[in-house]
Design a binder for this molecule. Structure first.
Ligand SMILES: [Zn+2]
Length: 414
């Protein structure tokens, strides 16, 4: 099985070198935004079709003529920006089609390509011409640079992306690697209930605590954002504060990603097949809404921000579970939620009143007393095993497109 995965490292740069990197990123941003303006105008005008990738690339020589500074950077990276934009549009159209087909919940963002902002989206990519030797990387027109090599790179490097990360610059190396086809490992299986007071609960009763570090960081972020709003925009102090806010954003993102990776890896090491509710459907269902409004004692899922972070966490977690299970020969099976939180896992009696509180489940019919999330996880497993799985969402054969830059292979890489 051929898989793609990414390695990320921090570059060791001197200040003078950083300037050159900013210039490269700036030119790519310029090309992206210019091309996006062209496509966006055509998109807003119903009669015009978007320019093809080739036609878009053919505009570059003219732009270089108009804006001489574009000639100072490697043309390959400018081309790559336009190719990336073309792909962003393809992805957008694909998601739109899905939304129209009813595969996504309403309000789902199809991800229309956006204009890039300075500092925030600074990056450029080399599809070829780069070289990797030991702890050094060669970037065309920029030279050799040392990077902090935290782990060995396995597989064949396909491209290198350079991204600004606060004061630093990182490289992500995407590689293609042939790994042995996994033997199907479908046992043991578990049902998985995603929640708020517990991040997930398995049908054997084990569960994970929610990411608490997150909430204190979030509070801090809100505080720093309030401070930012009181400062004069673009003043010296505003810029300082803005940098602080951005740093916190990155920290939250890193902490969350790390948490999700740790837990998804732990799960795929324990189980071969995981049954989980289809989150899009779960989000729309009344029971989930009720859960959001009456979260557990320690949880305040009040703000929209909090909720969206939570949602993101769930779907990213599912995405990780799906590709990690697939790489190891297991599978993620999505089931449509069907009274999973109201039905008794022993006698099957369905009633709203079974749910005494967020965490307590007491069956009116048979008297079963159990943690509510645990009860739901058992129901999910039962539904999954009965074969009520949404067949269309099976994972087999989709491993390729599931993986993304920065993905980690459980068991294959430390
Ligand atoms: Zn019962």
């Amino acid at each position: 099985m051929l898989i793609r995965k990414g390695y990320k490292f921090r570059l060791k740069l001197r200040d003078g070198e950083k300037q050159k990197f900013s210039q490269f990123a700036g030119c790519c941003r310029f090309a992206w935004n210019k091309a996006l303006a062209v496509q966006d105008e055509r998109f807003s005008n119903d009669n015009a079709k978007l320019l093809s990738k080739t036609k878009l690339l053919n505009l570059l020589p003219e732009w270089k003529h108009e804006s001489a500074f574009l000639k100072e950077v490697h043309s390959q990276i400018l081309q790559q920006s336009l190719i990336d934009l073309d792909r962003a549009y393809q992805n957008f159209f694909r998601r739109m089609k899905k939304i129209r087909g009813g595969d996504f919940s309403e309000g789902e963002d199809p991800g229309y390509p956006r204009f890039k902002k300075k500092f925030l989206h600074d990056s450029f990519r080399f599809p070829q011409g780069f070289r990797l030797e030991n702890r050094h990387v060669y970037l065309p027109r920029l030279g050799w640079f040392r990077f902090y090599k935290s782990r060995e790179i396995e597989g064949k490097p396909k491209n290198v992306t350079v991204t600004r990360n606060g004061k630093h610059w990182d490289i992500s190396v995407q590689v293609e690697q042939e790994i042995p086809d996994p033997c199907p490992v479908r046992e043991p299986s578990t049902g998985l209930d995603m929640g708020i007071s517990r991040f997930y609960t398995c049908s054997d009763g084990t569960f994970s605590e929610p990411l608490n570090a997150f909430r204190s960081l979030e509070k801090k972020l809100a505080r720093e954002q309030r401070k930012l709003s009181r400062k004069n925009k673009f003043s010296r102090n505003w810029k300082k504060q803005k940098a602080k806010v951005n740093k916190l954003h990155r920290k939250i993102r890193d902490v969350r990603l790390d948490y999700l990776h740790k837990h998804s890896t732990a799960l795929v090491r324990r189980y071969g097949r995981v049954y989980a509710e289809d989150l899009q459907v779960k989000n729309m269902s009344g029971s989930a809404k009720g859960t959001m409004e009456n979260p557990g004692k320690n949880v305040k899922a009040k703000s929209g921000l909090n909720k969206s972070i939570l949602d993101q966490g769930w779907s990213e977690f599912m995405r990780q579970l799906e590709y990690k299970l697939a790489w190891l020969g297991g599978e993620l099976v999505r089931i449509s939620p069907h009274h999973t939180s109201q039905a008794c896992s022993v006698c099957g009696h369905i009633s709203k009143n079974n749910r005494k509180s967020q965490s307590r489940f007491v069956c009116e019919a048979c008297g079963l007393e159990i943690n509510a999330d645990h009860n739901a996880a058992i129901n999910i497993q039962t539904l999954g095993q009965r074969g009520l799985a949404c067949e269309a969402n099976r994972t087999s054969g989709r491993q390729q497109e599931l993986s993304r830059n920065g993905d980690r292979v459980p068991g294959l890489a430390a």
